[in-house]
Design a protein around this ligand. Structure first.
Ligand SMILES: CC(C)(COP(=O)(O)OP(=O)(O)OC[C@H]1O[C@@H](n2cnc3c(N)ncnc32)[C@H](O)[C@@H]1OP(=O)(O)O)[C@@H](O)C(=O)NCCC(=O)NCCS
Length: 151
């Protein structure tokens, strides 16, 4: 489902998903490891017949370094299978993750969303506001765009 999420995000200007299965196997292992700790939570919605139809994940991050320490909840993944959208599933899962974050001391939740993604509407309704903008500039020349492999 995370793979489907990344693939769909490409439609809104996101990076192309990895084509190497080993990369996705690595991500599955990393998520499995995260779930074993108390630092991350993945919620899955299933139909009565056991079909997985939605997932949402979040992890705890302690802000530090140059900043006053603060427990953050980072929303890392949200995906709902197409036929089950606009039924409130993402809202339900995210609210449960926020409740979990609050219960373990998080004082702020953050996430990254592509500026063209319709998911922005969902996040706005849930009370998220943009506070920073990631800016990108292509460094490819037109002649490079036909040959992107480093020499
Ligand atoms: C974004 C996504 C998770 C929303 O899931 P969902 O279960 O359909 O969301 P909800 O039903 O809880 O939506 C709640 C509200 O958010 C807003 N919303 C949700 N999806 C929207 C969309 N595509 N366009 C506009 N508003 C939307 C609506 O106001 C909606 O309420 P309404 O249906 O009564 O109008 C789902 O479309 C998805 O999986 N998209 C692909 C993956 C993705 O982009 N994930 C986010 C990565 S940052």
């Amino acid at each position: 489902m995370v793979q489907s999420m990344v693939a769909e995000m490409q439609e809104y200007g996101g990076n192309a998903p990895a084509t190497d299965q080993a990369a996705w196997d690595g991500i599955s292992r990393a998520i499995a490891k995260e779930i074993e700790t108390d630092e991350a939570r993945y919620l899955i919605a299933r139909t009565r017949t056991g079909q997985t139809i939605a997932v949402a994940g979040a992890k705890l991050i302690m802000l530090g370094g140059p900043f006053v320490p603060k427990q953050l909840l980072h929303l890392s993944a949200v995906f709902v299978n197409l036929p089950f959208r606009r039924e409130g599933l993402a809202t339900l899962l995210i609210k449960q993750l926020l409740d979990w974050g609050i219960s373990v001391g998080a004082t702020q939740c953050d996430l990254a969303v592509l500026s063209r993604s319709p998911a922005k509407h969902l996040y706005k309704i849930l009370g998220f506001e943009p506070i920073e903008i990631k800016m990108v500039k292509s460094l490819l020349r037109q002649s490079d765009s036909r040959q992107t492999k480093p020499r």
